[in-house]
Design a protein around this ligand. Structure first.
Ligand SMILES: [Zn+2]
Length: 288
């Protein structure tokens, strides 16, 4: 699943290409993938592209009225932008390959703009979704009501992080970090990386962390996410940027998918275990 840096990379791609564009047509190829009325989108102009956690928020305007398209890529979603005049891009899960001609059998929703540009939402396993929402409906969206703090926002302070940690002393720290209702946007990659950087074992209980560890973790979360965004996400999941370059974060990952390879810090082999159903990577020597 894409994590915060990958979705942020997609957001930046969309921001460069679809703002001020008018949607002239929406074709839904699999009814369950589009929730709400297509008529809300048709004739609307894109005003902004935002993000909360892993959810994309596309703000629309139609005759002065605000509307929204939200997109969640979940496990296998892709967004492909095709244009004769602007830089094209494909972002998301690597299957089918992002250069496969569109539409193809994984294409579920097609947005056509007045300019002739087209945005394809592909999802081979159909876990993702597109929603068309009014302003009122957006405010009542369960995801938005429950999603946790945005870790790269000003609201994410050490004081607030401490409060969140204090509420869940019995959770394993990895489980805590993956919970989208606590801190938004972290998945398996950035969780393992942040815990390595903070020198904390993923199996530790939240309540056992000392203040210095909590502070290191607070800083590490932001550091790995910023690095991920800078490097356009992870190449493993083929996040091809607007310019066609793939994400390079994984080449810099210290522990994720480096099981058995030498720790970049101490040289001992990185341990890989399955922890609560998730592949989990850490250094037994550097993390305590
Ligand atoms: Zn080590």
């Amino acid at each position: 699943m894409p994590e915060l840096p990958e979705v942020e990379t997609i957001r930046l791609g969309l921001k460069k290409t679809i703002i001020d564009q008018k949607i002239s047509h929406v074709e839904v190829l699999l009814a369950k993938m589009f929730i709400g009325e297509v008529s809300l989108a048709i004739g609307s102009v894109v005003k902004s592209v935002g993000r909360r956690g892993k959810l994309l928020l596309i703000e629309l305007n139609k005759n002065g009225e605000k509307g929204w398209i939200t997109i969640h890529l979940k496990m296998t979603g892709q967004l492909l932008f095709r244009s004769k005049t602007r830089a094209e891009f494909g972002l998301g899960h690597p299957i089918p390959p992002l250069n496969t001609p569109v539409p193809n059998k994984s294409t579920k929703v097609i947005f056509t703009f007045e300019s002739g540009d087209v945005l394809y939402f592909n999802d081979i396993r159909t876990f993702g979704y597109v929603k068309a929402l009014t302003e009122l409906e957006l405010k009542a969206e369960p995801f938005l009501l429950s999603v946790g703090v945005e870790p790269l926002s000003e609201e994410f302070t050490f004081e607030q992080f401490e409060k969140l940690l204090k509420k869940s002393p019995r959770l394993h720290i990895k489980t805590f970090l993956l919970d989208q209702t606590k801190v938004a946007g972290l998945g398996n990659i950035y969780t393992d990386e942040a815990l390595f950087l903070a020198r904390i074992l993923p199996t530790r209980l939240v309540g056992s962390l000392g203040e210095d560890e909590r502070l290191r973790l607070f800083e590490a979360i932001q550091e790995v996410l910023r690095a991920g965004i800078e490097l356009h996400g992870s190449s493993k999941t083929s996040y091809v940027t607007v310019d066609g370059a793939t994400g390079t974060f994984l080449a810099r990952a210290a522990v994720y998918q480096r099981g058995g390879k030498p720790c970049l810090n101490c040289g001992r082999p990185i341990t890989k275990v399955t922890f609560r159903g998730r592949g989990t990577h850490f250094c037994e020597n550097c993390q305590t």
